[in-house]
Design a protein around this ligand. Structure first.
Ligand SMILES: O=C(O)CCC(=O)C(=O)O
Length: 413
């Protein structure tokens, strides 16, 4: 990884923003003590106490009877809070242990909730979703997605981030080392990396079935099926030799795999937010014809295109009422839509007729800013390599800008 966490060297400061967040969460009314135990720096241990009659508070040291213990190295904790490591990966690789006061492991749903509540900055609530829909730029005022060659941080903030307006920035990705790679050099250099490939949508999703590669292990997450294979196998059996597709089938798609440290050397963070705002960037790789069905992320996001073109259909956040949104278990930052925009069924989804959209094409070297709450449908027009950046460690800018009419989100730390 090319960045070392430098901000927030005083660990207790790290918790102040969590304490601020807990003030808005139902957990804050429960009496609880969250004890952080740093394996490599016990002198820095902290705990966060919440109770019904006092605001959440951060204390140094050890509490005699904590309700929850988080054991982690201080280094991992800094990497985690600076967005250079994912909370879930840190947990599943055993580098973060979560237990009750007696040291018993917590059930997984409790773990997921705690990870989101305590270890990432942005916290979605029904009020913050409503605020995003009310504050974001509406399509009435946008007839095409603006393209710019150069954009300073200030211009980005003033004209796009703070008003929740997408923009395509031409060129920055051409400077990445990734742009000098071909499918063959990518395979020969990074071929042994394990990858997870999306092969089958959940039965509740409107998406067509996906052609099946031959791979042994299957995994199901939120009803969707993935298979595991190395990057080499994916490049050889899908990217360079796309399998024959039955009518309506889609190619298997390498979606949203967190970048391995070795791949981090190939990319650069979007220069518009502090790098700590982002969780680990995600890799998307596939032949022409892959599709991501209409969904939205309740997080500011950048999608960067290394190879190939992608067609995007965008709907502004206020169009939700026409798109039949559906929450997906286990991911509060994500909402799917029940409609299939490539084969709209107006009988079943009559409101869809009223939805306004805007189309654009993302080309190699370009990066699009997708503000929190913008619905998007993405189809690869060519063999494609993309990387995306979710700014989970900050409140969507449309909610923190001075001009925001509503502020249903949390204040930024
Ligand atoms: O490129 C794709 O297929 C989808 C990307 C996406 O949904 C995202 O960046 O949020």
């Amino acid at each position: 990884m090319n960045q070392t966490p430098t901000h927030h060297t005083e660990p207790s400061r790290l918790f102040e923003s969590r304490a601020a967040r807990l003030r808005n969460d139902s957990l804050s009314t429960a009496t609880a003590v969250y004890q952080w135990e740093f394996s490599d720096a016990p002198g820095e241990d902290c705990y966060l106490s919440t109770s019904s009659d006092q605001p959440p508070r951060v204390h140094r040291g050890r509490h005699p009877a904590p309700t929850t213990r988080l054991s982690i190295s201080l280094r991992d904790h800094l990497l985690l809070l600076s967005g250079q490591q994912d909370p879930l990966t840190t947990f599943t690789t055993g580098r973060l242990r979560l237990s009750d006061g007696q040291g018993n492991p917590l059930p997984f749903p409790a773990v997921q909730r705690l990870l989101l509540l305590l270890l990432v900055e942005w916290h979605v609530t029904p009020e913050s979703i409503a605020a995003i829909e009310a504050s974001g730029r509406k399509l009435d005022n946008v007839t095409e997605i603006q393209r710019v060659k150069d954009l300073s941080r200030e211009e980005f903030e003033r004209h796009f981030a703070s008003c929740g307006q997408p923009v395509i920035v031409e060129g920055p990705v051409k400077r990445w080392r990734a742009s000098s790679f071909t499918p063959h050099t990518l395979r020969d250099t990074f071929g042994e990396l394990p990858m997870s490939i999306f092969v089958r949508p959940a039965s509740t999703e409107p998406a067509p079935q996906t052609a099946r590669p031959t791979a042994s292990q299957e995994r199901t997450t939120s009803g969707r099926t993935y298979v595991q294979m190395t990057l080499r196998e994916y490049i050889d059996t899908v990217l360079l030799n796309p399998p024959p597709l039955a009518p309506g089938e889609l190619p298997p798609y390498l979606t949203a795999n967190s970048l391995d440290a070795s791949l981090m050397e190939l990319i650069e963070y979007p220069p518009f937010f502090r790098p700590e705002a982002f969780i680990r960037p995600k890799l998307w790789l596939g032949p022409s014809g892959t599709v991501s069905h209409v969904h939205r992320d309740l997080i500011d996001n950048f999608l960067a295109q290394v190879w190939g073109r992608k067609h995007l259909r965008l709907f502004s956040p206020d169009q939700s009422r026409f798109l039949y949104p559906r929450r997906v278990d286990g991911n509060p930052f994500y909402e799917a839509s029940d409609v299939d925009v490539s084969a709209p069924d107006f009988e079943k989804f009559p409101e869809l007729r009223h939805a306004r959209h805007i189309d654009c094409e993302l080309r190699p070297g370009e990066m699009i800013f997708l503000p929190a709450g913008w619905w998007h449908y993405v189809r690869a027009l060519d063999m494609s390599f993309s990387v995306n950046f979710f700014a989970v460690n900050q409140t969507p800018r449309v909610l923190t800008s001075r001009g925001a009419q509503h502020s249903g989100g949390n204040a930024e730390a």
